[in-house]
Write a protein that binds this ligand. Structure first.
Ligand SMILES: Cc1cc2nc3c(=O)[nH]c(=O)nc-3n(C[C@H](O)[C@H](O)[C@H](O)COP(=O)(O)OP(=O)(O)OC[C@H]3O[C@@H](n4cnc5c(N)ncnc54)[C@H](O)[C@@H]3O)c2cc1C
Length: 391
């Protein structure tokens, strides 16, 4: 039976980043992906590499600071995949967030970015408001413009995997991990490829199975406790309406959430929603309530483009991703969005990841590397993870 230093379960952005980081640090790595790389959450996000302005409202300042530092790093490391993009926040007479609150939030955002080049924001003079095509101008009191970045999440994840492979990681697609035996000094990982059962020995295992994190843990022997989680679906709609040149950050007219109206392949992408799922069976599908919610908010701000039915006729595509959030009372919008890493003294060679952001995949990978070094010792590094370019 083959033995490797690390088995990573899951070929989303987190598994990919961990495989890249661990390979650069000199570990032998096998990544198992039950479908295709970047086939799940990491291809169905809002595609933003951002600090997350709205997380300031729920007090997640460390996450925002970390994400802004990652935005800066990814703009340098992946210039063909991550691009700066202007964001616009319109403030109306009846907006829940006042002009003063937006200005204060953007000042704090700039401060948390250490005033980097994208930290600048401004109030757009009213003579330029009409440049946002179709935006309702009645009752508009102010329009703020700040910066974040946009990526193609699937291409980014594939680029990280490509880099991990170049550093020696072995990546197997259509390989489902079916069982993990946690022994005294190592783990035995069982997986299924094309109806064939395979086994590999690993000194350490990282469970980066995204929404399936607990399903993987349920296959561990001896049994291990799981974290209580909730699956929260986020849906997007693509409309064949020519895109604006930036992203609109819009307060929902139905609740206190924020949604984005974004350019995507020259068309208009709207997202996202928060719908709690009871199970993960099958491919997540946008619900009719989510369609009405997203179109309703769009119509509220862009009424000149027609009524809901006219907008419905312009929907050309939709996609959904599933967030893993800690099970808590209260609405999903305000729950922590940072990655939670769980290892248990009873199973010291196994680490599981819960939740997290596309933007912070590198910091997650670096934290996992610290755990790996402590668990199984260091290796002779092959490359400096912090300078690895992605293309
Ligand atoms: C709607 C939505 C919008 C978002 N928008 C943003 C955003 O704009 N910016 C941002 O920074 N973050 C965003 N996020 C968060 C970000 O997308 C996720 O944190 C990230 O994609 C999660 O990656 P992952 O690798 O953990 O999971 P996934 O991408 O889901 O990868 C897990 C992989 O594990 C595989 N797997 C599962 N079980 C097994 C098994 N038994 N054996 C082998 N493989 C297995 C799955 O097939 C899957 O490919 C968003 C999330 C959602 C849901």
């Amino acid at each position: 039976m083959t033995t490797v230093d690390l088995v990573v379960i899951g070929g989303g952005i987190n598994g990919a980043g961990i495989a890249q980081c661990a390979s650069a640090a000199g570990y032998s790595v096998l990544l198992l992906e039950k479908g295709t790389v970047a086939g799940q959450t990491s291809a169905n996000s809002s595609k933003l590499i951002h600090g997350g302005l709205r997380y300031l409202e729920s007090g997640q300042l460390p996450l925002v600071r970390k994400s802004l530092a990652e935005r800066k790093a990814l703009l340098q490391l992946a210039p063909s995949l991550v691009n700066p993009i202007p964001f616009y926040i319109p403030v109306y007479e009846n907006s829940r967030r006042s002009s003063w609150a937006i200005r204060a939030g953007l000042s704090l955002y700039a401060m948390l970015s250490d005033f980097d080049a994208l930290g600048q924001f401004k109030s757009v003079p009213s003579v330029h408001w009409s440049k946002i095509k179709g935006l309702k101008l009645t009752g508009l009191k102010a329009l703020y413009q700040y910066w974040d970045a946009q990526t193609d999440d699937k291409l980014l994840t594939e680029a990280v995997i490509k880099n991990a492979r170049a550093l020696g990681a072995h990546v197997i697609e259509h390989a489902k991990c079916t069982k993990i035996e946690h022994l005294q000094s190592h783990c035995k990982v069982h997986y299924q490829v094309a109806d064939e059962s395979q086994k590999v020995e690993a000194l350490a295992v990282v469970n980066a199975a995204g929404p399936w994190v607990n399903e993987v843990l349920e296959s561990v022997s001896p049994p291990i406790a799981t974290e209580p989680i909730e699956w929260v679906q986020g849906s997007h709609l693509l409309l064949d309406i020519p895109a604006n040149d930036g992203i609109l950050y819009l307060e929902s007219c139905f609740d206190k959430r924020v949604i984005f109206v974004m350019p995507w392949s020259g068309q208009t992408l709207i997202g996202t929603t928060e719908t709690v799922l009871e199970s993960l069976s099958g491919k997540p599908q946008i619900t009719s309530q989510e369609v009405d919610y997203l179109l309703g908010i769009y119509q509220h701000y862009f009424s000149a483009l027609g009524d809901i039915e006219a907008l419905r006729a312009r929907v050309v595509d939709s996609f959904c991703g599933v967030r893993v959030l800690p099970k808590q009372s209260g609405n999903a919008f305000d729950r922590p969005r940072d990655t939670l890493q769980k290892s248990q003294p009873s199973h010291p060679n196994l680490l599981s990841l819960y939740g997290g952001k596309l933007t912070t995949y590198r910091t997650t990978a670096t934290e996992v590397l610290d755990w790996l070094e402590q668990s199984i010792g260091e290796r002779q590094a092959l490359a400096d993870f912090d300078t690895l370019l992605l293309e």
